[in-house]
Ligand binder design. Sequence first.
Ligand code: SF4
Length: 381
Amino acid sequence: MIVKILGAESLGVRGLSCLVTLKNRKIFIDPGIALGWSRHGFLPHPFQITVGKSVKTQIIEELKNASDVIISHFDGDHCPLLHPNPYQLGIGEVKNSLSRCSIWSKGPDHCPPNQQRRREELAENLDQDLPRAEGIKEGPLEFSFSVPHGQQGKEENSVMMTRIEEDGKTFVHASDIQLLDAKTIESILAWQPQIVFASGPPLYHYSASSFQIQRENAWENAIKLSQKVDMLILDHHVLRSEEGIAWLEKLKHTTQNNVFCAADFMGRTPVFLEAWRKDLYKWLPVPQSWHEDYQQGKVDENDYRIRGWKFLMDSGKIKLCKWYDTCPMKEYTDKGILERCWIENYCLVNNKNCIRYKMEEENKYYPDNLLPNGEIRMNLR
Ligand code: SF4
């Protein structure tokens, strides 16, 4: 079983999308993305938009080979939409891929009306029924009954969790549970997973003292979960603020167990772009009319893409791969014959899963045109 996380706050976007590759199936969970329409009165920064575009492209590419698609619920950062905003994933962009997959989605019960509408729109556009998957077991897959999107007492807004097992290894995807409900944590533990990927608490909503109980519940549940599974990956709501980033660090040190954010799990440096949004506007100012111009196709965001990564490098927010200066991937990118996404997803974020990096560490020969994911690109010399 190989788990690859594509979209989450520590990877620069809102979402909890991942691909689980088994011997005979490729299972995509929560194919959606968003950037958070407004934070601190700011629209998504153009640099965030460029990172979001790159993540969206990866989601679209990976969906082309998926055998199964799971949708935990129909919030706009977890599913493709009929009417996406410019930073979300549209049904039209993935319709062909979804039409070829088995789709396992949360049913329409205990959902707000906008989620029910999105579900109907997806079914209509794919021209197929979307049976409710809650409680179903099929081969390596098992789906929970509805659990609260957050705390108990909010059952009108619920999500579906997924368990995947192969060769004695069990992975659980627990979207948007926010670690607020003890019964949901018990349900996860009853599944006896080794790896859990879940949403942490939305601390940025908890500034008032009346939220103390939510804070305490989330902390207690995080400790409990981390002590009983081999690997706990927490991301999403919790990493939308500096306070949440510090909360996760404290959890890592308190439990001494394997607690990660999605970026840690993927072997790379995190980029908490939503938590840094206000600072991004300070670091790289944006003209007032930029977003309107962008929506009308009048501005190109690429200038922010290059300056944004450069700023993160120069300021020490990200750590480069130690081989970057001499690596042919840099040279090919500088020459304009290799897409920038390769250095952005590997070299600039010190991605230890780079095949070139691994071979270098093992002192093994590899050709110059070997890409970080192991593919050979014939046109590179
Ligand atoms: S391609 Fe791999 S080895 Fe080369 S700089 Fe990038 S991450 Fe490092």
